[in-house]
Design a protein around this ligand. Structure first.
Ligand code: PMP
Length: 398
């Protein structure tokens, strides 16, 4: 048809492309470090015990599947809001926060982006350089001009904090600043508490609109520690957007469970915001699905399941940390001329390893080890069985 004949092929998603290559590879020793998923030590995506137990409780009830409210399951929204801001926080106590269930973290970002486009169409969006590869496309498709602020410094393998702060100081009031609350994707380089203090100060002074993306709460230093920056922003007052995801922290990728929370100045302002957020949801997908939200709400609201979740999440966090330690230790032995100590300092599932595109290609072609061209590796895909292989291969390409 003339409609389709003019359509060009869209570029392949670079990360899904890696997985396609990996799946087609016949080498039994192949390793996929290109993914954004947590694997256990057996190389499997875990089904958490707290999820299994919550699902057993839900099966007992076998509730009918009517529509949820536009903003999602009330028990879920409440539990998530308390997790994100703290039950005893001023924003929650004073009913200045609103939370809507979303289709994963991506859905939360999209609802936030559409809402902002409706009420602040002339603002521009700023994302870190580099950032999660979907941030730019998502805000652009919502109609925004998207810019980068300096973030990663390849020379120090850390954050170019002076550059970041300078950029924040030149943004016009009302600019939307996307910040990774913890476990920066793709670099693994996070800000320190002191650096956050300075960011919050500049954002507040200049009237910028912070949009915190928290997709990895609990994978850095713990649920509380990772969420602290959200609470600090909320205490600073001012409009605040927070997207969070349970894809990783509950290992519920395919259930698509996330939420968008917004902190406003008054309860009355918050209720107007919520009414408009509901319009955005209504015109996108009407209302969210039931299952994932019920599982998460059940776990968060049942003390023994919640304790179990915290334990299981700690298990994932600790295993990743151990892999970072082992990675560095083994490379010290096999490639002593190279310093990889920065890998231990990085947080979350990813590491900007410093491997070049040529080295990444060599790993793939010679050893069936798949990483992202930028050198990003998923530390959560390393395990006690594949690490020796991976280290030997990396030592060879260095
Ligand atoms: N933000 C960041 C920084 C992410 O890494 C991801 C997922 N990889 C998301 C958002 C999206 O999360 P979800 O899969 O829950 O949509």
């Amino acid at each position: 048809s003339p409609l389709f004949s003019a359509i060009e092929m869209a570029p392949r998603d670079p990360i899904l492309g890696i997985t396609e290559g990996f799946n087609a590879d016949k080498n039994p020793a192949k390793v996929n470090l290109g993914v954004g998923v947590y694997y256990d030590d057996n190389g499997k995506v875990p089904l958490l015990e707290c999820v299994r137990k919550a699902e057993a409780i839900l099966m007992e009830k076998l509730a009918p599947r009517t529509y949820l409210p536009i903003e999602g399951l009330a028990a879920y929204d409440k539990a998530v809001q308390e997790l994100v801001f703290g039950a005893d926080s001023a924003v929650v106590q004073e009913k200045r926060a609103v939370t809507v269930q979303a289709i994963g973290g991506t859905g939360a970002l999209k609802i936030g982006a559409d809402f902002l486009q409706r009420f602040s169409p002339n603002s521009q969006v700023w994302i870190s350089d580099p950032s999660w590869e979907n941030h730019r496309a998502l805000f652009e498709s919502a109609g925004f001009v998207v810019n980068n602020y300096p973030y990663y410094d390849a020379a120090t393998r850390g954050v170019n904090f002076a550059g970041m702060l300078d950029a924040l100081k030149t943004m016009p009031s009302g600019s939307i600043v996307l910040l990774h609350a913890c476990c920066h994707n793709p670099t693994g380089a996070d800000l320190t508490d002191d650096q956050w203090t300075q960011v919050i100060e500049v954002v507040t002074q200049r009237g910028l609109v912070p949009f915190l993306d928290m997709a990895y709460q609990g994978f850095g230093d713990g649920i509380e520690a990772d969420g602290k920056v959200v609470r600090r922003f909320a205490e600073a007052g001012g409009a605040l957007f927070v997207s969070n995801s349970f894809s990783k922290s509950f290992s519920l990728y395919g259930e698509r469970v996330g939420a968008l929370s917004i902190a406003a100045a008054t309860a009355e302002e918050a209720s107007r915001v919520l009414s408009q957020l509901k319009r955005v949801v209504r015109t996108n997908y009407s209302n969210p699905p039931t299952h994932g939200g019920q599982v998460v709400a059940t776990v968060l609201a049942t003390p023994e399941l919640r304790a179990l979740w915290e334990e299981e999440l700690a298990g994932m966090r600790v295993r990743i940390r151990e892999m970072r330690q082992l990675f560095v230790k083994q490379l010290k032995e096999k490639a002593p001329a190279h310093d990889f100590d920065f890998v231990i300092k990085q947080r979350g599932m990813f590491s900007y390893s410093g491997l070049t595109k040529v080295q990444v290609e060599a790993l793939r072609d010679n050893n069936s080890i798949y990483a992202v061209d930028t050198g990003r590796i998923c530390v959560a895909a390393l395990n006690s069985k594949n690490i020796d292989n991976v280290i030997d291969a990396i030592a060879k390409v260095l």
